[in-house]
Write a protein that binds this ligand. Sequence first.
Ligand SMILES: Nc1ncnc2c1ncn2[C@@H]1O[C@H](COP(=O)(O)OP(=O)(O)OP(=O)(O)O)[C@@H](O)[C@H]1O
Ligand SMILES: [Mg+2]
Length: 334
Amino acid sequence: MPSPPLLDVSDLHVRFPTPDGPVHAVAGVSFAVSAGETVAVVGESGSGKSVSSLAVLGLLGSGRISAGSVRLRGEELVGADRERLRLLRGPEIAMIFQNPTSSLDPLFTIGDQVIEALRVHQAMPRRAARARAVEMLREVGLPDPERRVRSYPHELSGGQQQRVMVAIALACEPALLIADEPTTALDVTVEAQILDLLRRMQREHGTALLFITHDMAVVAEMADRVVVMYAGRVVEHGPVTEVLRSPRNPYTRALIDAIPTPATPRDRPMSAIAGSVPALAEMPAGCRFHPRCPSVHDRCSVAEPPLFELGSATASRCWLHENAPTAGEVHGVG
Ligand SMILES: Nc1ncnc2c1ncn2[C@@H]1O[C@H](COP(=O)(O)OP(=O)(O)OP(=O)(O)O)[C@@H](O)[C@H]1O
Ligand SMILES: [Mg+2]
């Protein structure tokens, strides 16, 4: 029997209250991450990547998990009490949030925040933790770290705050690191440094990585497997080499076609797919991607396709697979 995955998210549904009624931001998402593995989650803005990852630790604010399960080493986290989730944060699951400004404590210097993580999670004495904090801030590419340890978060740029977040996450040496766009605000050189650090942590500590990104080049470089999301659903998942080389879902294909070439500006949003992700309150009937899909046919606007299993490790949500010889419908997954 293979051991259960480190993290197993199954049929996750998340709703947020809004003045116009509840919106269904994540609608039945499943994925798993094994120890030491890197799983990338990709998809355009608004597809539910952050909400799915925040749900893992119950950090949804006004939102709530309306159905589904999140298991860490088999332990159910949906419905777990806050104290239990708090204890898991750090040693078991650390997060690099998409918005660093709101996740650093404004009242403490960044040095104190890295030192605290080292003292708590690696039981380092204060003096050693201080030296290590400076070293870690240097490793994540923060200029002048000896001086910068005394800075408060508001004295740093967004990219610098993001690097501090990475240092704190690394200091925790977690079993699972959830990194939500950890390098988006950084320039190419610093991005390469951070990706190297993450890989080193993975090698040295067997850390599993759930890596959320817009950047298919980063996916190709970092991930073992990839989960493609669209409008709150998983539309394709599989080994990264297979998905990037021969994407099965028209949406994945469009995302890959939108990969910028060296001539396109790096900060350009992913916009090469005509149209935009539908608002949650205006979800089209049938396949959620059908209004934008180059392969659309009659059936697509009528009924939503299930995730079709295409081989042992790949699945895609598209009616095109219905009569394919290898396709089997995946029940209760996706
Ligand atoms: N607090 C909230 N209240 C209402 N809707 C929300 C809330 N947080 C997120 N949503 C909605 O949930 C959907 C998914 O959002 P999410 O932040 O997960 O997208 P994302 O895939 O991470 O996008 P991005 O690439 O821009 O980070 C969006 O439609 C968003 O508007
Ligand atoms: Mg996000």
